[in-house]
Ligand binder design. Sequence first.
Ligand code: ATP
Ligand code: OAA
Ligand code: CA
Ligand code: MN
Length: 648
Amino acid sequence: MASHGNGLAKIETQKMKEDKIICHDDSAVPVTAQTEDELHSLQKKKSGPNTPIKDIQSAFGIPTTEVERQKQQLQSISASLASLTRETGPKVVKGDPRVETPKLVQASQPKHTAAPNITDSALKFTHILYNLSPAELYEQAIQNEKGSFITSSGALATLSGAKTGRSPRDKRVVKDETTANELWWGKGSPNIEMDEQTFLINRERAVDYLCSLEKVFVNDQFLNWDPNNRIKVRIVSARAYHSLFMHNMCIRPTPEELENFGTPDFTIYNAGKFPCNRYTHYMTSSTSIDINLARREMVILGTQYAGEMKKGLFSLMHYLMPKRQILSLHSGCNMGKEGDVALFFGLSGTGKTTLSTDHNRYLIGDDEHCWSDHGVSNIEGGCYAKCIDLSREKEPDIWNAIKFGTVLENVVFEERTRQVDYADKSVTENTRAAYPIEYIPNAKIPCVGPHPKNVILLACDAFGVLPPVSKLNLAQTMYHFISGYTALVAGTEDGIKEPTATFSACFGAAFIMLHPTKYAAMLAEKMQKHGATGWLVNTGWSGGSYGSGGRIKLAYTRKIIDAIHSGELLEANYTKTEVFGLEIPTELEGVPSQILDPANTWPDKNAYKETLMKLGGLFRKNFEVFANYKIGADNNLTEEILAAGPNF
Ligand SMILES: Nc1ncnc2c1ncn2[C@@H]1O[C@H](COP(=O)(O)OP(=O)(O)OP(=O)(O)O)[C@@H](O)[C@H]1O
Ligand SMILES: O=C([O-])CC(=O)C(=O)O
Ligand SMILES: [Ca+2]
Ligand SMILES: [Mn+2]
């Protein structure tokens, strides 16, 4: 070996035979790409109509009809985003500017012959990210939206900003000649009026904001699994978080359905954090959620809480469906192996999602349904579960649904491992997971079912005086449905910090559009016709009020619900409670008998009686406004309902 100056031997490469020339452990054929760009372009395969075609002129092999269709689709989006006050702009282009810059599909713009009033906004391009996939939305969120992270289970953690719940006091509905007569206005109603002109001002504000952005997200999706009553919705939003949330919560079109989507029936303009102008008439804060039924549009300004979109669409359904003799319901819904369907009504936090998600039954949906002459259908394509104190043991199906694709709102996680701490309320109590319904293993797809057999009214009674379960007759069911009692659990509605007794007609006064008695009459008619049994289940306190007693164990509530489904509870022995006159079972397998009657659980009997009377009084007072309304065609029913309230 030849020695060099530094004393080390020079390594000589031996001449080898052809097959031994290169010494490597890589048996694969090397890439054929000549440049890095070329290599990266190999990575992505072209797919369905969601991917913009690169260049119309050289769209080799793509039929002109496809080019035409894409153009039409873009023109439709362009029309959605058009200013109502200016003649030009924005120019909309499909695709992410950073990824697709040189070759984009562009809507043909109207020709302007040396327009003297040309503006900068008319010269600007707005890039449209149309029905992106969850993976693409993850990338968009992580690149552009602070507070977006992948958790250890693969979910996308996001922050909803200053608002971590809905803002019902900032909701406005346009009052015009039609809606003035059709909708429920005034005391107790969720519909606070605004005029058409103000709506247009807010609409323009949202559209201008959205078009001023480099890119906006557009989702074209469906509501309602009943094919005869499907509604096409378009959601225009500023954040990937919003786009992924709605991707999960609305029904996802197949590529074929998307191709033939056409014009939407309803459009949401979600400007997120961009506020409304408080000098505008009717505006009382910098948040505004505006519904215009005639224009089939909704505008969101000054809140990024995604639940506003979900519940805004639910309000729309509460208007559209009753017109077709279909009852819209703020309820969960599941079905047993024998095809027995149960509805779970209840206000926020009472257990609709938790109790309709049941390993032994098929999940039809967790929150919003329709009941037509053909049975029930889910309005949505996903679930929106509370996740405060979520545990794998108590709620395994929800736990397992929190994986890739799921939006996790406002949760706290360990900095490095990204392990979520579901007990942490640092951001809010109202932490939420939004996931597609098929993430629940026993989801029933399509999400439809036969007529309900059981109608379960859930109340989270913070007073601790309502029994864990009572069997209701029809009049009692209607009384409690119209009352819509619960103790609102902190957080879902902005500004409410601890449980307080609330009454919310139809268990959803924030979303109904017509007078509560209209929905109640439809429910009574349907329950009677299909022989459904009503139940009142208290998922709240036992052994004392909030502060002294404790919340009824979820395991006991599940046993109660099981006994309702199986028919076992119908066969039980019953006694009647004082004041509310509720039929309560004396025994129920798996549940300690002494908790079935709340009178037995309170250490202080006088305190119990006092609290019971107090709640009875609150029910009475609340019902006064309904005393003058007739429910359905039958006068007897109205009287029976009035008599079904507390008696003392
Ligand atoms: N006995 C019980 N029954 C039902 N839920 C209980 C019970 N005890 C505690 N909980 C908890 O109460 C919460 C019920 O919330 P859930 O998400 O089911 O409400 P929801 O009715 O679906 O509300 P929303 O309409 O806001 O989605 C869950 O966090 C659940 O774990
Ligand atoms: O809308 C929300 O934020 C959550 C929800 O389901 C409800 O409040 O009923
Ligand atoms: Ca829910
Ligand atoms: Mn709800």
